[in-house]
Design a protein around this ligand. Structure first.
Ligand code: GCO
Length: 476
């Protein structure tokens, strides 16, 4: 992995301009914002089931209301327009559209997304539709879920139904959101739905997701106009070590294979990394990979979505069990907490890691166009007595990461847009509502929305298509 990690100073007097036509957006996900879990024919998802088990979610919070986006979407689109977004990334709830996980679509389920798309377009905002953001129908989980190869075809069929209804108006499509989380958090550590903890299953799930992505792209291409852009949103991370021993350096290689190359390589090169196969040979013989699968997984995409939060620090040797990173088949590999710098639930704040990551992708996988499909931070935001949310920490975070992104573009990386996570405070999975990532604050008791100072700052960036010098104080 190459590329500088320090962000070139943007302390000059001139703003740093982004390319013409650069996309500026914000993101949400169905289960995190919609609520209305039993409205209009929706059936339970695997996350409905997972979060219903006591002890799994902070404060026993539930997503049955979330931020009521299902009913308040017009108000939320108006706020997106006030922010000046030209792109809104949202996900479709599979069990809303296909309650039985197979068979014909539920018209009322699709109707909601059709209304949302029309509201976005009426406000000059391009829809960026994620087909799968972890909430597949429970009925499919009962049939084996992603551990079962058939799930890949179920996903492709579902993709075709959504594209048939919305493909005339949605220009940007994302097949899967963060398959690493589905595979490793959902099936290795088990701290995400469906709560499985089995190394061999994790590897099969990762492959079935890669296969599903490829079959999904084919289904989308069959239904969409040629102008549509198809992508996937991965959550890679720069992998680092502070150690110098051979074990430390080998820990970087192994963690990079399990976090990054297990998806980069099949999707962008049509093959799994040989070292990954070797490292995990005692866990699985990888016989779940069948002839033709990798050619399917590697079908061309138009854009690679990158969700970036933080680098990953590892070391060789033994260490405490790490609930977040279960290193499948890699005993003697430990995730270490970063020693310095401000840390959040996602780890160390490190804007230079974004530049490093994007240069690595370009260096190792070529000039694939990139969209930042998620980047953001949770801080404990408070509504002040003046009715404003002075989230200066989030402004600093966004400013530093946009400066790093600008540097990566200057380095030659083809970046087409930036989608901030998140538009609005929402249900943060096992953290419930305890973590707030939004540009928009939500009063949980009243559902009242308030644009935070970071939202006002972001609106200025979008209007100028540029970031101010880093030494410019955030407007209060
Ligand atoms: C993820 C998911 C989002 C999270 C966000 C903040 O990256 O984990 O895509 O659903 O809410 O990243 O953790």
């Amino acid at each position: 992995m190459t590329a500088a990690t320090e962000t070139a100073p943007h302390a000059g007097a001139a703003p740093s301009e982004f390319p013409a036509g650069f996309r500026w957006g914000a993101a949400t996900a169905a289960f995190q914002v919609e609520g209305a879990l039993d409205a209009d024919g929706r059936t339970p998802s695997t996350w409905d089931t997972f979060t219903a088990v006591p002890g799994r979610v902070h404060g026993e919070h539930r997503a049955d209301v979330a931020v009521d986006h299902y009913h308040r979407y017009r108000e939320d689109v108006a706020l997106m327009a006030e922010l000046g977004l030209n792109t809104y990334r949202f996900s479709v709830s599979w069990p809303r559209v296909q309650p039985d996980g197979r068979g014909p679509a539920n018209p009322k389920g699709l109707d909601f997304y059709s209304r949302l798309v029309d509201e976005l377009l009426a406000n000059g905002i391009d829809p960026m539709l994620t087909l799968y953001h972890w909430d597949h129908p429970q009925v499919l989980q009962d049939a084996g879920g992603w551990a079962d190869r058939d799930m890949a075809q179920r996903f492709a069929d579902y993709a075709g139904l959504v594209a048939a209804r919305l493909g005339d108006r949605v220009p940007l499509w994302v097949t899967l959101n963060e398959p690493w989380c589905t595979a490793f958090l959902g099936h290795a550590s088990g701290i995400h739905a469906p709560g499985v903890a089995d190394d061999a299953t994790t590897l099969a799930v990762a492959h079935h997701l890669n296969l599903a992505h490829g079959l999904g792209v084919q289904a989308l291409r069959a239904a969409l106009p040629a102008s549509a852009q198809v992508s996937i949103a991965l959550n890679p991370a720069p992998v680092r070590t502070r150690g110098t021993s051979p074990a430390d350096l080998d820990a970087v290689r192994r963690a990079d294979a399990l976090r990054n190359r297990i998806f980069f390589d099949p999707l962008l090169r049509g093959a799994y990394p040989a070292d990954l196969i070797a490292d995990t040979a005692h866990v699985s013989d990888w016989s779940f990979v069948r002839d033709g699968d990798l050619a399917t997984a590697a079908v061309p995409i138009d854009v690679l979505g990158v969700n970036y939060y933080t680098p990953l620090y590892v070391a060789g040797g033994e260490g405490p069990a790490d609930p977040y990173n279960r290193w499948v088949g890699s005993e003697g590999l430990v995730h270490v907490a970063p020693a310095e710098g401000p840390a959040t639930i996602h780890g160390q704040v490190d804007a230079g890691g974004l530049r490093e990551l994007l240069n690595r992708i370009r260096h190792d996988y070529g000039p694939v166009p990139i969209m930042i499909a998620e980047n953001g931070v949770s801080y404990p935001d408070q509504l002040g007595p003046d009715g404003r949310v002075d989230d200066v920490g989030r402004v600093d975070y966004l400013h530093a990461h946009l400066a790093a992104l600008h540097d990566a573009i200057t380095d030659g990386v083809d970046v087409r847009g930036y989608v901030m996570w998140s538009l609005i405070d929402n249900f943060e999975w096992v953290y419930g509502y305890s973590q707030t990532f939004g540009l928009i604050h939500v009063d949980r008791a009243t559902q009242r929305r308030t644009i935070k100072n970071s939202g006002h700052w972001y609106r200025g960036v979008i209007a100028a298509n540029a970031i101010p010098p880093l030494n410019t104080p955030a407007a209060g």
